[in-house]
Design a protein around this ligand. Structure first.
Ligand code: ATP
Length: 305
């Protein structure tokens, strides 16, 4: 059953069409990723879902409620990640938790949350003195105070070092395992591949791909990446003409071929048949990063164009 339902969403800012005819649904219990290059419309979409922006057209429902017209109902269902600018730097972690708990009629007990998020030792520290990772964990705690069924995390791990990011991923999994649906806006493909059940890729205000990370990887061109070093150049066009080849790139002596299982078979046969020396041969699955670049390949226009 879908808990978030977005149909035909359109949002403009003056002459800028930020989002145009966007539709997707999020099933209860999913981690749903919203990906896309800068300016693709991701934040606009989640802000419409949160009821912070009024759509120009289309319908949005969160557990059946309209986020704009039924804001109170949606606030009881949807937890939103605050930004650093929303919080008082001089308040302690405990004061912040108590203050935000007071906004809800039946708030969650923040003590187990603090324990789960490893913030116990920070309770008497001022918000402004917390590390980036501690701040993010506090934002997660605050987003869960209202016992939400859905939470929106927008760029949750952007400012974190790799260790803190990994730790936050485990927390997100943990929150999801407790039954909370998660809408995750991220620029990190590794994060999306690790956490998301399904992702929607936005490009210039539209959904250009939607599916599981594996579906996106296998449907985007070049699902397999083959790399090796050649001791001597091959005749021009030889690799390009292999079945299933999508691209051939030369990085010095290293060749990177993107293609399909057919490309692997044909390349190996060619190497054996023609006794080609292909050193350091590696055959790996493409990642969501590769799929994202392929899906959004046409998005990048030069600055100022
Ligand atoms: N308040 C606003 N007024 C005018 N234009 C806006 C406003 N907010 C966003 N835009 C424009 O709408 C488009 C979509 O912006 P949005 O912030 O939704 O994209 P995004 O995918 O979240 O980008 P990023 O990854 O950079 O955060 C962009 O062209 C942006 O410049």
């Amino acid at each position: 059953m879908s808990i978030v339902d977005v149909q035909g969403l359109r949002k403009t800012y003056g002459a800028v069409t930020a989002v145009d005819d966007v539709s997707f649904t999020v099933a209860e219990g999913e981690v749903f990723g919203i990906l896309g290059p800068n300016g693709a419309g991701k934040t606009t979409v989640v802000e419409c879902v949160e009821g912070l922006r009024i759509p120009d057209a289309g319908t949005i429902r969160v557990a059946g409620f309209d986020p704009h017209r039924q804001r109170d109902e949606v606030t009881r269902i949807l937890g939103v990640q605050l930004q650093a600018s929303d919080l008082q730097p001089k308040l302690t972690v405990q004061e912040t938790l108590e203050m935000y708990s007071a906004f809800y009629a039946g708030p969650a007990d923040w003590r187990p949350l603090v324990e789960r998020l490893d913030l116990e030792e920070q309770l008497s520290r001022r918000f402004g003195k917390l590390s980036g990772g501690q701040k993010q964990r506090l934002f997660i705690a605050l987003s869960l105070l209202g016992n939400p069924r859905v939470v929106v995390f927008d760029e949750l791990t952007t400012a974190l070092d790799p260790r803190a990011r990994r730790r936050t991923w485990e927390l997100v999994r943990d929150i999801n395992a407790s039954g909370v649906t998660i809408l995750l806006v991220t620029h990190f493909m590794e994060e999306a591949q690790y956490l998301c059940d399904r992702v929607a890729v936005f490009d210039r205000g539209e959904v250009v791909a939607l599916g599981t990370p594996d579906e996106l990887i296998s449907s985007s061109a070049g699902a397999i990446v083959i790399s090796f070093r050649l001791s001597e150049p091959l005749p021009e066009g030889k690799l390009e003409s292999l079945p299933g080849t999508v691209s051939v790139a030369y990085e010095g002596a290293k060749v990177v071929v993107r293609g399909s299982d057919d490309t692997v078979d044909a390349l190996i046969s060619m190497i054996v048949r023609e006794r080609i020396s292909a050193q350091g041969l590696r055959i790996v699955d493409a990642t969501l990063d590769d799929a994202f670049l392929s899906i959004t390949a046409n998005a990048e226009a030069p600055e100022g164009s």
